[in-house]
Write a protein of this length. Sequence first.
Length: 438
Amino acid sequence: MLANGSRIYDLTETVAGALDDAMTGGDEAAVIRLLAQYGLDVPAYVDDSPPEAFPLRAVSLAVAQKCNLGCTYCYAEGGDFGGPAKNMALDIAFASIDRVIAETAPGERANIAFLGGEPLVNRLVLRAATEFAVERAAEKGVRIGFSITTNGTLVTPEDGNFFERHGFAVTVSLDGIGATHDGQRAFKGGRGSYDRIVERVAPLLALQRHMQVSARVTVTPRNLRLRETLDGLIDLGFHSVGFSPMLSSPTGSDEMDTPELAEMLDQMIECGRAFERRTIAGERYPFSNMATALQEIHKGTHRPYPCGAGAGYMGVSADGGLFACHRFVDDASGAMGNVASGVDDDRQRDWLAGRHVHFQEPCTSCWARYLCGGGCHHEVIHRGRPACDYIRGWLHYCLQAYVRLLEQRPDFFGSVPVPTLDAAAASAVATKTNHAGK
């Protein structure tokens, strides 16, 4: 695997042995010479320059900066982001949508996400904003997509019909089965929320055709039985299930540290092995972390940032502030302007220059830097990098699993062709098994 271009090659034993000897001996000149000899040295895919222009393609609207749950680790500090609880007014939502549509060319895709707090606290604005976006997108010939992240306690069958009609990607926050979930995501009065969520979400799970209903699990030191959670949520009918470690909470509550992250890695690999077995057997096993990682490796994903935060994606606060993403709402470190006057170009330029993976340490010497992109900006700014070993360990396993699945289930990766090297290089380096990323 070559970090430059996120390129993976199947090597002959001779070439592999020569490279191993050069690397083990610390002979950098020999490594460079061998890469050139076998046609593997190419110009850098990513330089030090941030993007010159990045049109807005997606916004998340904090339509309700308030919540009915009291989650132990909430980045939004109980839903209100540390300030007075408030709802987004309709004119702010409309202005945000107009700004995205204005920067999206006909035929391109834009996305509107609804978050909070709990976005269904402000259901009327959510629905009106959706209908408005559909109308505006149709007028310009823009393809429009919608998503919502909800705690699930307020969902109604009518919401399900609305989400299905507009093809929403619905993400429900669930941290385990039964008491495991309740220990982290209870109502503010202390009562558990699991039974209520399962009851409310069941009609959506039965209805999903155009919409997709997924579960997102925040992993803390208290809910590390991931395989049990994964299988339990799949059995409930979720389209996919994904895990994310809690690395930065406002109070430090339930944050993961080195021992817990090591245990999480073991658990993730156990889930990954189940994914491999099921996939080889021709079964669907919707473990989204694994599926996403494999597809990104196959595409040769190669990026200088972990996501589009502060570039093509912005979070909008209830009062119209623009922020690098939904996690930075009302956080000055990620402020980017407001929907009335638009993005502050100087702040965005500084953000993109400063957050580039080439200027993050210890990313510059990490083999996983272009697959990881440097890690979540919010977590890095507020906590640092406690999860680097976990991320490298997970990607190392996924790279191994990719090779196994490419051999046994190449159809899993769809119709994307696998390019080969030219005839001269092919004599020594058999097959390039993934795309060089952009």
